[in-house]
Design a protein around this ligand. Sequence first.
Ligand code: SF4
Length: 308
Amino acid sequence: MADDKLVAVKVADIGNQLPNHVSPSQLSSFDRCSLAYWFSSVAGWREPAGLPQIIGTLVHDVLENFLKIKAENRTKEAAWNMLRDTGEVVINNNKSWLTEEDLVTLKDKSAESLKGYFDLEDPTQLEIDLEDLERPVTAIFESVKLYGRLDRMTRDGVVRITDYKTSKRPAPQYLTDSLRQVMLYAAGLKENGLEVGEVELIYLPGRDRVRRPTYKSALDRAVQHLVTTRRKMDSSLTKQTWMANPGSPCKSCAFVKACPAKTAKAPIPGTKESEDLLQTLNLEKRVRSKSSNATSGMEMLPFGEEAQ
Ligand code: SF4
């Protein structure tokens, strides 16, 4: 975020609602707009998934389940059957708002991602342990808890973390954030005694693969970013002031009408007026887990297991 564009927004005191852990996706969310992070991860308002998220989740689910089957059975036919079956469920779950055009986009883009996958690798040759699919990663750095799930890890001579992307490969300057996320997983695993040799981003529709070796300064930078970001979150919470980033993040933000940086008469976030407004926008609030202040394991997740 460029600091000159940021707008400080005061929020009401809603208590200490900061999640006990930080996931790589939360870091990105905070970096994009910390006020949107506050609405979502602190106040607990659920952002409805848009079409790109739904396509991403569908493709990730299909690839996860596809790689769980025996290597010799990982045929294109099996993958397309899974895409059809899982896609039907996804469409049914979202039929209230998906338009005809959305359906075409969903089918085309998910199929294109799967085709890209088969162009990039031969899944019958891929050796993978089931525990390395959607593997949880937990570590504590300077009393900041990292928790997230990586897409997959392989161990074919080199231990490699892979992250699938259903978008196009971004310009080089925007790769940093995605690489830092996988480097953070590598740092978390290293903390648990497992050395990761490489990280990999696979941009499925464009058939693009980005691989980087892990090295100390990259892991240190990822950890430093985790720790400094958490300190900024703590400071924002204490000051009850969060930085809004009015600009491109607003295009896909569910909180525009309740955001004082974008909507002049929006009430102070966290007040009853703001909560009522968000409810009239049909947004839902997550139920906070009773064990959100526990000190270990999955119990530290604030709203159930939604971290990515
Ligand atoms: S509308 Fe824009 S500035 Fe406001 S919370 Fe959303 S992303 Fe941030």
